[in-house]
Structures are given as structure tokens and as C-alpha cells.
Design a binder for this molecule. Structure first.
Ligand code: GMT
Length: 377
């Protein structure tokens, strides 16, 4: 099949999922065309089946805001026509779903019919999409999509709660390739950050307010009072300054390491004892699944789709949003018991295997086949 994938190229779960999906589809023999304003950061592999089309946005002094959605729509029309695509799969509704709708209608007027699937990822529904300045367009483009998927049941329910949606939403969870995680790696330099055998707590995100990273620092400070430990923070974003100030105020800054926007996620996770995810709202929590796949138990909040991934008392522990005392207590119960943390790590890995690419990819392929009428080889 010839598939066009539209996604955000920047650091963020939706772009990661879209890119990994495209790479896996290409490995299975599909021809995959990524369409975005810059090369997706995880698209760092070569294959005869993988293509990338950049969306150029023409500027003009009249424009205070660049009309990206129009440029994306035109690019979609162009790529679908010239590459004779069978299907468009857009990740994150804003503005990808409405651009795909418009492209589909333009193509129809030119005699080319092509279905599009919208995959909802989280904040396109729970935070941004609900804003009155986006809502009518999001609602319309969800209803007009030929197929709609959500990455968790919680997100499916939120979509039905916040929008007047009159169509089916299929839950297809996020996935990982277990092969990529948890290998005893020669590149795992734990001693570089924890030279004296300190425990290593880790958080990875885009440092947006919704992640409540100040809670990560507060949990760390409570753990730090009782055992020697280090906090690895990977990613960057608007909360970085606040996080740094708080770590200074709490007197733990010397044991907090900012790793920036690194791609070496597996190398960070293989040095980690615990993963912290303190989000206010989270449709899935891909980073926690990556941690679990690496055998790292997760201390998280119980919001949104997180309980569909992290199982309380098995792969980690869940607490109410903001309950840093409970999170620190749970973290300490694992960090102080080598046998228990090992057991949780193994259970986390087993749980993550349920989200293996091998299980999830066929769900997308079945949907592609149903909507295009094309058989799967
Ligand atoms: O981070 C965001 O604001 C958007 C989005 C993204 O592109 O990273 O994150 C969402 O999609 C991920 C992949 O499906 C999910 O794992 C995240 O839970 C979800 N973020 C939120 O719901 C806050």
C-alpha cells in the first residue's frame, strides 16, 4: 500500500508514534511518505520504502501568521497525485485533520478518491482542541474523517465527552518495539552520572506545564532526603527555568542533571532505577511505556490513559495528581528494596510487551485495508 503520514516532526509522543509506525510499515513492504514542515526527529533511517516531503510555507509581508494549513493541504494534494497514494494517515488533529479533509475534497474534484484516518493523541482533544477557537473545526474534521483512532480508551471517552462526535472511534494503543529496549548495552554509562552507586530517577518529556515537572523535583527532593540519588531530566521546554529554580530552592540542584533534547532515550533508561511521570493530564504516556519496556518501574499519576499502561502494584505505582508525598513514599518503597524493584522491573517489561509493535501494527493495517479496499499481502 502507498501511505502518506502527516505528523509533527518535533519532540513529542505523537511524532514519535507516527514515525515509528511509518518505519515499521515500510519494513513490512508498504511505501510510506512522511509529510511535515521538517524531517521528523526519529526519522534517521534509510529504506527504499521511506520518503519525506517537506512542506514549504511561502511568506508575504501581509501575513502576520503563516498559513501552514493551506501549504500543508497543497502539499498533500501534490504528494497524493504524484505518488499515487492510497491513504492518508494524519497524527494529531490540529491542523492535520482539517488539512486532510480539504485535500480529500480537492482531490475528489480532480477525480482522485482517497480516504484519510485521523489519530487523536491527547492534547489535540483534552487541552487545545477544546478551546473555542479550534473546537468547531476539530469536531467537523473528526466527523468527516474516514477512520478515527484514539491512543487510549480514556482519550476515546474524552473525545465523546468534549465533542459532538457521531462516528466510531477505534482505540489503537501506542506501541514500542521491545527489541529496542532493555538490552544490556555497552553504551550504558551509569557511573558517569551516579559514580558512587546513587539511585537514578528519570523523567523524560517536552517540559510543558501539563507534565507538572515541579512535582518530579518535589518527589525527588523527598527521596533525596533518605537515600543518595540523582535525577536525570531529558527533554526541554517552557518549564525548564522553573524546574531549575525549584531544584535550587530545594537544595538538590547539584544532583539534578539536565540532558536536553536527546534522542538517546534507551541509553538514559538503561541507567535508570525509576521513571517519574507526574502529569496533570496524559492520554497515554508513551515515555512511561518506553521506561517499562526497559525494565524500569514507573511512579506516575493516575490521570487519563496512564492506568491503561502502568498497573498499580505491578509495573509501578499510581497516585492522585499532585500527591507528591504518596509518590515519594512509593518511590522509596521500591528504591529501598532491591528484590522488589527487580521484580517490578521484570513485571514492567512483561506489561510493556502487551504493547509490542507486533500486536499493534496489524490493527492499523486492518483499518487501512478496510478503508482502501486493498488486500494486505
Ligand atoms: O505533548 C503533547 O502536548 C501532545 C502529544 C505529543 O505530540 O507528544 O502528546 C500526546 O500524545 C502522546 C502519543 O500518543 C501520548 O503518549 C501523550 O500522553 C499525549 N500527551 C498528553 O496527553 C498530554
Amino acid at each position: 500500500m502507498r501511505i502518506g503520514i502527516v505528523c509533527y516532526p518535533t519532540f513529542g509522543g505523537s511524532g514519535v508514534v507516527a514515525t515509528e509506525l511509518g518505519i515499521a510499515l515500510a519494513a513490512k513492504g508498504h511505501q510510506v511518505h512522511f509529510i511535515s514542515y521538517s524531517q521528523p526527529f526519529r526519522l534517521d533511517t534509510f529504506s527504499g520504502n521511506l520518503f519525506y516531503h517537506e512542506v514549504p510555507v511561502a511568506n508575504y509581508p501581509l501575513f502576520e501568521f503563516l498559513p501552514y494549513e493551506i501549504s500543508l493541504t497543497s502539499k498533500l494534494v501534490d504528494v497524493v497525485m504524484h505518488q499515487n497514494l492510497d491513504l492518508l494517515h494524519v497524527h494529531y488533529a490540529i491542523p492535520h485533520a482539517s488539512a486532510a479533509f480539504m485535500a480529500r475534497e480537492i482531490l475528489k474534484s480532480r477525480g482522485k478518491s482517497i480516504p484519510f484516518i485521523t489519530t487523536l493523541h491527547g492534547t489535540d482533544i483534552t487541552l487545545v482542541g477544546r478551546d473555542p477557537s479550534y473546537r468547531p473545526v476539530i469536531e467537523f474534521s473528526i466527523n468527516m474523517s474516514d477512520g478515527v483512532t484514539a491512543v487510549s480508551d480514556s482519550l476515546r471517552k474524552d473525545t465523546l465527552k468534549y465533542f459532538d462526535v457521531n462516528r466510531e472511534i477505534e482505540v489503537i494503543p501506542n506501541f514500542i518495539d521491545p527489541e529496542n529496549y532493555g538490552k544490556a548495552s555497552d553504551l550504558c554509562f551509569r557511573g558517569m552520572y551516579a559514580p558512587n552507586g546513587e539511585k537514578v530517577l528519570t523523567h523524560i518529556s517536552n517540559f510543558r506545564p501539563v507534565k507538572r515537572i515541579s512535582d518530579v523535583v518535589k518527589v525527588f527532593e523527598k527521596v533525596h532526603r533518605e537515600i543518595p540519588c540523582k535525577l536525570l531530566l531529558a527533554g526541554d521546554g517552557p518549564e525548564r527555568g522553573n524546574v531549575e529554580n525549584l531544584a535550587r530552592e530545594l537544595g538538590v540542584i547539584h544532583d539534578v542533571i539536565f540532558l536536553g533534547k536527546t534522542k538517546a532515550i534507551e541509553r538514559i533508561l538503561c541507567m535508570s532505577d525509576l521513571f517519574l511521570l507526574t502529569s496533570e493530564s496524559e492520554s497515554f504516556g508513551l515515555s512511561s511505556l518506553e521506561a517499562m519496556a526497559s525494565g524500569v518501574p514507573v511512579i506516575s499519576t493516575n490521570t487519563g490513559g496512564i492506568p491503561e499502561v502502568n498497573i498499580h502494584g505491578y509495573s509501578g505505582y499510581l497516585s492522585n495528581v499532585g500527591d507528591v508525598d504518596d509518590m515519594a513514599k512509593n518511590a522509596l518503597s521500591l528504591l529501598k528494596d532491591d528484590q522488589l524493584i527487580k521484580q517490578f522491573g521484570e513485571q514492567a517489561k512483561m506489561r510493556a510487551a502487551m504493547f509490542s509493535m507486533k500486536e499493534i501494527l496489524p490493527m492499523y493495517e486492518a483499518m487501512y485495508s478496510r478503508l482502501t479496499g486493498l488486500p494486505l499481502d
